[in-house]
Write a protein that binds this ligand. Sequence first.
Ligand code: ADP
Ligand code: MG
Ligand code: ZN
Length: 628
Amino acid sequence: MKFSWRVILLWTLPILVIGFFFWQGAFSSAPADVGRNTANTRMTYGRFLDYLDAGRVTAVDLYDGGRTAIVEAVDPELDNRLQHWRVDLPGNAPELVSRLRAMDISLDSHPIRNDGALWGALGNLLFPLLLIGGLFFLFRRSGGAAGGPGQAMSFGKSRARFMMEAKTGIMFDDVAGVDEAKEELEEVVTFLKKPERFTAIGARIPKGVLLVGPPGTGKTLLAKAIAGEAGVPFFSISGSEFVEMFVGVGASRVRDLFKKAKENAPCIIFIDEIDAVGRQRGAGIGGGNDEREQTLNQLLTEMDGFEGNTGIIIIAATNRADVLDSALLRPGRFDRQISVDPPDVKGRLEILEVHARNKKLAPEISLDAIARRTPGFTGADLANLLNEAAILTARRRKEAITMGEVDDAVDRVIAGMEGTPLVDSKSKRLIAYHEIGHAIVGTLIKAHDPVQKVTLIPRGQAQGLTWFTPNEEQTLISRSQILARIAGALGGRAAEDIIFGDAEVTTGAGNDLQQVTGMARQMVTRFGMSDLGPLSLESSQGEVFLGRDWLQRSEYSEEIASRIDGQVRSIVEHAYNTSKQIIRDNRALIDRLVDLLIEKETINGDEFRQIVSEYTAVPEKEQFVPQI
Ligand code: ADP
Ligand code: MG
Ligand code: ZN
């Protein structure tokens, strides 16, 4: 069916006309809104005069310059109750008015409301506007949504929602800390720039490269850098945009994307979040999603449909390659997988250097120190960190970013926005004991990471925080370290329990307990660190693939399940007792630290250890200092 204006007009005109009259009617019946409960029944003028003669009329309100009246009168037919009638008066009746006044009947006259007229006019306009607006909106939705519901009206060709950048302006120099990935991708640049070099000796140029890595590690940036280095256009689309409500839309978008790309070859096609379309087919509860499968099939067809030397290279990004359909990973499709990992300390330094290029740093700033302070930060986190520091610097009206701003920015990136401190109160004291509990247990257990600072300044969800300096880039964690972390995490609750008593413990430890349980459970089920022995009873968690998960649930028997629970409980119980003992043994020290914390809001690690050492021996901690 061809879309035409004739059809729209044919249908909408009658609606508009009818609507217009309804609207008109609703707005121009003037005395309908007298504020009394008008029965709106009509009464003839003659009858009104009869009622007047009989002395039943109690009030008359005149409208429309005296042409209409609402009459309040006693109705003999209804137990002499007061009723309202609408009466059309024969023009201006001055003698009626004087007669009413003579009879002492309450009389009121309502002028013709000019504003009412205006509203009426506006109202008259409003209705068609609303309708037309509504229609317009409907059509825009259907037409504009790139062949969404409008597809049914065949509203022309679908406009695919992909982006095209003729020049990304990003070079490999802008990407740091992911050297291995960069090396592999440099070859892709050569494929785009000098394909002859490969085709001459019969080599097949790969069509697809899959970048695998957690969010924020620079996958998009790398893809753009390839396009930038090769000087080719960059087409990008996100996998989630393929997946629409209407079957066939995603597939048509894939078709459009490849068509446009072929017209612009050589070029890069970047598909972000490819797992949104590329999940294993036929999996999941309910047999999967038709639309997704069609889109995926179309993608596979398109990839097979062009020769390796057309100059199109498809780069896809995902943070989980394990859920992808194996068809995507076959040779000739995404046959190269490159992992993009979070940077190590050296990588972080390089990334900081990239992002410090356009920022004003005070000479004292050591990017080195920042890199050390930020294990686990991705490229995006580091970029965000320097930006936050710059914003803080501007807010504090300083000339250049100093270490103070960087430290605050790190805290903010990790733990969220700073809140206002509580006023001194019982709950502030309780929070102080809780945090000192964490800090003292963490300090007195040798295997625990050292305290960096304790603070009562709220951040994000937390009312108080104890920061520990994690051991840099430690990939292997020992049993005693996990046990120390469990005890440290229980230190807050232990302090509440010992100081305030069993009945006064709070919900503040909820998050701690969640971590504790998680750690203890992993000790038992994954790392073989319990009496159950060296068994792996659960694979690494985080599988969101509902269908597959269900089918593989029973890795162990009911009996093992209850033994796991028993082991988890005994690990946690043991650690809790350790924490409580440390709190009991150091009561005087803890009271002093709490007073100091309430006074100063923040105690840093060195000062904390100094005070602790006045009371008891502080175990020496082994901290691995990475070489840059
Ligand atoms: P991903 O696509 O892996 O989620 P992005 O490429 O979108 O991550 O990264 C977001 C931003 O973080 C980039 O625009 C860049 O500013 C910064 N960034 C991330 N990784 C790096 C890196 N390795 N080097 C420099 N900057 C990075
Ligand atoms: Mg991205
Ligand atoms: Zn806590």
